[in-house]
Design a protein around this ligand. Structure first.
Ligand code: ZN
Ligand code: ZN
Length: 448
């Protein structure tokens, strides 16, 4: 059956409901576990809107204490989970149309959450509703799982899985088409220590582990102002002396592709190493500077499918001879974590520093030849005719990671600008309709 043609027949209703959901300003208020509405009333309104609509449409629903919920259709031993979220990031200023006044212009539906993730949520919901209305039998329980704080700490989905069964297979309409079947692991650690040098007073750069720092500054007891100005000019670098601060500007980038940025701390450290004798600076220069592959630390790895290991030494806090360097790595499958830890510990030991292992989100990976990947990809190809773009792996983390066996699937079409989290976020109306048809096909094929 041509699901796209069927979706077009119900276009007005789909758009109407999507607009209603988008009109709810579901930004996290504040997290209050003692409250009836732990993520605030607006997010709860969005959750209730979905559940009321689903009940009216004849679905079984389950609400997990307003932390998350699901809409269910079908019966069977296995569960197919479609993981969505109803919260949105703050709007920021300067919208052409109100961020919560959904408006269609030039074929685009503008609103905060249009692309991430309320538009796709409605597409997935509507796909299931249309299948149900058409009387398609499904051999699994299909659950549209509604998360409520994907944009912050995933507490909603965490609470959900304390009581609810893990779906056997699933997908998350919260990224891009065709699909993402592999996500690198995310490994974070700090290097800390003390130094005895008296020249360096402070050294600061970066505030988030997942961003390449575009700003670094230091203060010194020694006067290196002239040398610094010459160094910047000679190498064509951007920076200045600001009062007693030596400032370097680099270029921001996401930690999953640190080579696209310029780490300002590296530039400042390499300058300082020429003029002062400081173990913190020496460590940075020996093991970290301009080496996004981790070769200096001997923790590099390359996987044919998931590509290279990357390292982003992101956060630097040096004050009165004590310091911390915060580091975020993205690793492909088959990375030898134990050997890496041995090499990391050895690097620190050489300087009498310490490594503190903070977090490890393991690789999320579904085999490219798995029927789940194949079926979803075929559904995408059927309604787009696009065989040029293939399933991919990425260095970031998507919501699909919340499920044991799931991939990120849509809604952004290849070649579209990524407008999630931006001012004037939008979703092409055509993409909303296409995505709905693709999700219908996918759910149908996975449950026949
Ligand atoms: Zn999202
Ligand atoms: Zn988001």
């Amino acid at each position: 059956m041509d699901f796209y043609a069927h979706v077009l027949e119900h276009k007005d209703e789909l758009i109407k409901r999507t607009k209603q959901l988008l009109a709810i300003p579901s930004v996290l208020d504040r997290f209050d576990p003692a409250s009836e509405t732990p993520f605030g009333t607006a997010i709860n309104d969005a959750l209730q809107f979905m559940l009321e609509m689903a009940k009216d449409d004849g679905f079984i629903t389950k609400n997990i204490n307003n932390y998350a919920a699901h809409v269910e259709y079908g019966s069977g031993k296995e569960i197919l989970g479609v993981l969505c979220h109803l919260d949105v990031v703050p709007t920021g200023d300067g919208w052409t149309y109100g961020p919560f006044e959904p408006t269609i212009a030039d074929g685009k539906l503008y609103a905060r959450g249009a692309a991430d993730d309320k538009g796709p949520t409605m597409a997935a919901y509507f796909a299931l509703k249309l299948l149900k209305d058409l009387g398609f039998a499904v051999n699994k329980r299909v659950r549209i799982i509604l998360g409520t704080d994907e944009e912050t700490e995933w507490r909603g989905i965490g609470e959900y899985f304390k009581t609810e069964q893990m779906p056997d297979i699933g997908f998350a309409p919260d990224a891009m088409f065709p699909l993402i079947y592999g996500e690198k692991g995310i490994f974070t650690f700090d290097v800390t220590g003390k130094t005895t040098d008296t020249d360096l007073i402070t050294f600061t750069a970066g505030d988030r582990y997942n961003v390449v720092p575009d700003y670094a500054s230091c203060t010194l007891r020694k006067d290196l102002k002239e040398e610094f100005t010459q160094y910047l000019a000679f190498h064509g670098l951007s920076g200045e002396i600001d009062g007693d601060k030596y400032v370097v500007h680099g270029k921001r980038a996401h930690a999953m592709q640190p080579n696209l940025g310029v780490n300002a701390a590296f530039i400042l450290a390499e300058f300082l190493q020429q003029h002062i004798d400081n173990a913190f600076i020496d460590y940075i220069c020996e093991y970290l500077t301009f080496d996004h592959l981790g070769e200096k630390l001997r923790i590099d790895h390359y996987d044919d499918e998931m590509k290279e290991f990357t390292i982003n030494p992101a956060v630097y806090e040096y004050n009165k001879n004590s310091f911390k360097i915060g580091i975020n790595c993205r690793y492909p499958k088959e990375w030898d974590k134990d050997s890496a830890k041995i090499n990391l510990d050895a690097s620190a030991k050489k300087y009498h520093f310490k490594i503190h292992y903070l977090g490890d989100k393991v690789v999320h990976y579904v085999d490219k030849n798995d029927p789940l990947v194949q079926t979803l990809y075929d559904a995408y190809v059927k309604y787009t005719g696009d065989t040029e773009h293939e399933p991919i792996t990425i260095g970031g983390g998507t919501y699909a990671r919340s499920l044991d066996k799931a991939v990120a699937f849509g809604p952004m079409m290849p070649g579209r600008k990524d407008v999630a989290h931006q001012i004037d976020e939008y979703l092409f109306v055509d993409d909303l309709l296409k995505a709905t048809a693709i999700y219908m096909e996918a759910i149908h094929q996975l449950t026949k």
